[in-house]
Design a protein around this ligand. Structure first.
Ligand code: HPA
Ligand code: ZN
Length: 348
């Protein structure tokens, strides 16, 4: 890749729409929290732990990801975790982020819902006030658990509507189709929560249809399997349904065996509202800019493609129309400036 494109990727303002805050827990923070909280980690060192980040599928990752989350105990831990993530994305010129968290992973261990939400939102407030990063918080239901457990989690969230904008669906996809959660999504919507769901990561295009038609979601997380279904592709284009694609995640979890297989360029060309995100950056080898850079290299993306992806990230967000316009104008201004710098003769 040219240094010029690399710089363009790094400097263009972007939004991140698919990020599990527990998946941003870096090994050094995991070990320091484990020591502080007296939690036993089965790996002897950070290097040992990193060596285990060698996944053959989603489930192998999830087993390690849930074990890692065991070190998060206090409100301060959730605050520190979130601040560490915000510092990383500040370097990547992410100016808006919509963060997932998995409350059931924590409440099942006796950690209060309140502890988790307060820690994360206290950090998000600092992100907004001191780092210039706006954000929304989305709570995900774990799809390997039953719908009753999701309903109980939704009950807990009702007192936090000012802090939690929406609900999502994550964890083990195969065998846990979106339709399993039809009732709880219906109730969440009635309560005013916005909705997203992981679908079409390891699961088939049929799960994407279910997320759209049964859960009524406003955004599909991953959705890469949609490309195998012509009618679905037409539907995504027609309804401007966003996909939050996570390239390095797809590579590390062997959804694709090479980034060249990723249908992302085809999706851009078909005018699908596709975005690039990091999913679980600590586990998958990179934050958002690394995802953009490696994808651009594998698929020969152009500056125009990158601009489209950056714009899509705001268009597909849960910002208001006025906020979207403000951010999109900002993207255009930086784009213009960067292009001017790379062709100084054009200034005149
Ligand atoms: N898929 C499903 N569940 C998850 C993921 C993912 O990529 N990351 C964290 N939980
Ligand atoms: Zn995810």
């Amino acid at each position: 890749m040219t240094e010029e494109l690399n710089r363009y990727i790094r400097l263009i303002p972007k939004a991140e729409l698919h990020l599990h805050i527990e998946g941003s827990l870096e090994p050094d923070l995991m070990f320091s929290m484990a020591k502080k909280n007296g939690v036993n980690i089965k790996y002897k060192s950070e290097d040992d732990l990193r060596a285990a980040y060698n996944f053959n599928n989603l489930q192998e990752f999830l087993d390690i990801y849930y074990a890692g989350a065991d070190v998060l105990i206090t409100e301060q831990d959730f605050y520190d975790l979130t601040i560490a993530y915000l510092k990383k994305i500040k370097e990547d010129n992410v100016i808006h982020t919509e963060i997932f968290f998995d409350p059931q992973t924590h409440t099942a261990r006796g950690i209060g819902f309140d502890t988790v939400v307060k820690g994360i939102t206290r950090a998000l407030h600092v992100g907004k006030e001191q780092m210039g990063i706006s954000s929304h918080l989305i709570m995900c239901f774990l799809r390997h658990l039953d719908e009753q457990s999701a309903q109980e989690t939704l009950d807990l969230a009702l007192g936090y509507k000012d802090k939690i904008i929406g609900v999502g669906l994550d964890s083990s996809e195969l065998g846990n189709p979106p339709s399993k959660f039809a009732n709880v999504f219906k109730r969440a919507q009635k309560e005013g929560f916005l909705t997203v769901a992981h679908a079409g990561e390891e699961g088939p295009a049929e799960y994407v249809w279910e997320a759209i038609n049964v859960l009524n979601v406003m955004r599909i997380d991953h959705g890469v399997q949609s490309i195998n279904d012509k009618k679905l592709v037409a539907e995504l284009v027609k309804t401007r349904m966003p996909l939050t694609v996570c390239p390095l995640s797809n590579l590390k979890l062997k959804v694709v065996s090479d980034l060249k297989e990723l249908p992302l360029k085809r999706m851009i060309d078909k005018n699908i509202l596709v975005t690039i995100n990091s999913d679980d950056p600590s586990y998958f080898g990179g934050y958002i800019n690394q995802n953009y850079i490696e994808t651009a290299e594998a698929l020969n993306l152009t500056k125009d493609d990158i601009l489209q992806l950056a714009k899509n990230s705001f268009t597909a967000s849960f910002l208001t129309d006025a906020e979207k316009k403000y951010y999109l104008d900002k993207v255009d201004a930086v784009d213009k400036e960067l292009r001017k710098q790379s062709h100084p003769a054009n200034i005149m």
